[in-house]
Design a protein around this ligand. Structure first.
Ligand SMILES: NC(=O)c1ccc[n+]([C@@H]2O[C@H](COP(=O)([O-])OP(=O)(O)OC[C@H]3O[C@@H](n4cnc5c(N)ncnc54)[C@H](O)[C@@H]3O)[C@@H](O)[C@H]2O)c1
Length: 412
């Protein structure tokens, strides 16, 4: 028991879909968490959840899970348009809550979530972004150490096959939070805010919807200026032709990088299927949820050695300081400085999705520690997403008004 005698957090999940399958194995492995309930509207998913967790309670609605007095905290992993209503429902039932990324669809929705958490005296954490991943956390520590002088600029490039992966219709409709900007923007924008200190002054962005057979935003690019003078360039292309994975020498030659592990040949076939309109997308998506083949991959035995880093959703991230650069290496970070380049090992070698988020929540509830990725932090990241949407339409810079700094104590 690593919890110092404190009781594990009794947790539930609302929406036991693909995103949740990334969190559940890590919840299982944590002494701090007792995953004791799940709610989903899909009966097959409920059955599979019960089979995996025979002692857990299973509910067919978010309302029913919220009504259970034993559940202390809830991970909301339903589709993006439900994040705000479900988070508010959880908060109103007196339970602490983690909202999946993106926090919400609009600033108005996000404000209502913060208000509900405050009114009910519960913790709200905006989770599951790659800002919690070891390379980003360690990059931040090196920047803050001053070893390379002050941070000047950040460049972040992700070329993925997000648009080729199996998608439900809502995942490709930006009016309900679909497309790469709402779905993948939080990973990149949260990481950039964490490294740059949090306070972005302006953003200028553009979005692209390029395939008639695949509606939805498949591309975005933006330029950010922080109040402290740091700038950032960020690009995300989900159309799956060239992959950032191709630029990393230790990646698979086929550019595999994301959860399905498509090869370039697979991508050729998927593009054909999409054009012909004969892909069984719902079945392909369901095959990624609990109780499917993918379950075996998600819960597979942890390999003895940490796998090499791959660009995947965040992409390649270079932090440029006055006297050097930092970027991801195979197992750590390349630190380029006047004296040469060093491949520095990571202090935490393995990214376990959700683990850091859950520890932050656990420590806040059991040990009275602060929540750093709170509602205000999540709103500030969401403001960059809505800012890119607005700027893409108006062609103008958007001045941001809801930015918050990350506390100096965050990783002190
Ligand atoms: N797909 C991924 O790899 C991934 C990774 C990380 C995070 N996420 C996040 O997870 C969330 C869901 O995406 P997904 O890909 O897992 O989709 P999904 O469709 O696989 O999962 C959503 C689940 O919620 C259930 N659901 C829908 N409406 C519900 C309701 N009203 N009440 C209870 N359950 C309901 C669905 O039946 C489904 O099982 C999104 O916010 C996404 O950003 C997804």
């Amino acid at each position: 028991m690593t919890t110092g005698g404190k009781k594990p957090l009794k947790m539930g999940i609302i929406g036991v879909g693909v995103g949740a399958t990334q969190i559940m194995p890590n919840m299982e492995a944590m002494d701090e968490i007792d995953l004791m309930a799940g709610a989903d509207t899909n009966p097959r998913v409920r059955e599979a959840f019960k089979a995996r967790y025979p002692d857990a309670k299973v509910f067919d609605s978010a309302e029913a899970l919220c009504a259970d007095p034993d559940v202390e905290a809830v991970w909301v992993a339903t589709p993006n348009n439900f994040h705000s209503p479900h988070t508010i429902m959880v908060a109103n039932s007196g339970k602490h809550v983690v909202s999946e990324k993106p926090m919400a669809l609009s600033m108005k929705e996000a404000e209502a979530m913060v208000e509900a958490a405050d009114r009910n005296g519960v913790k709200l954490l905006c989770g599951h972004t790659l800002g919690f991943s070891p390379p980003v956390m360690q990059m931040r520590r090196i920047i803050r150490s001053g070893e390379l002088g002050p941070l000047k600029t950040l460049n972040n490039w992700a070329f993925t096959d997000w648009m080729l992966q199996a998608r439900q219709p809502e995942e490709l409709d930006e009016t309900v939070g679909g497309g790469v900007l709402y779905r993948q923007g939080p990973h990149q924008l949260d990481s950039l805010r964490l490294l740059g200190g949090g306070m972005v002054r302006t953003i200028r962005g553009t979005t692209g919807k390029w395939w008639p057979e695949r509606p939805g935003v498949g591309y975005y690019s933006a330029f950010l200026e922080f109040e402290n003078g740091v700038t950032a360039n960020v690009t995300n292309n989900g159309y799956g032709y060239s992959m950032t994975a191709d630029l990393v020498p230790w990646s698979d030659e086929q550019g595999r990088g994301l959860i399905e592990g498509y090869t370039h040949e697979d991508r050729v076939n998927i593009r054909e299927e999409l054009k012909a309109g004969d892909r069984d997308e719902m079945a392909a998506k369901d095959a990624l949820r609990i109780g499917s083949d993918h379950e075996r991959r998600m819960w597979r035995e942890t390999p003895k050695e940490a796998p090499p880093w791959r660009p995947a959703n965040l992409g390649i991230l270079v932090a440029t300081c006055e006297r050097g650069d930092i970027r991801q290496s195979k197992y750590g970070l390349y630190v380029y400085k006047d004296g040469g380049v060093e491949d520095r090992a990571l202090e935490v070698t393995r990214y376990q999705a959700g683990r850091e988020d859950l520890m932050e929540l656990y420590n806040a509830i059991r040990n009275d520690a602060p929540v750093y990725h709170d509602g205000a932090w999540g709103m500030a990241t969401l403001e960059l997403i809505t800012g890119i949407m607005e700027s893409s339409t108006t062609g103008k810079d958007v001045v941001l008004t809801h930015q918050v700094p990350i506390s100096d104590e965050y990783d002190a």
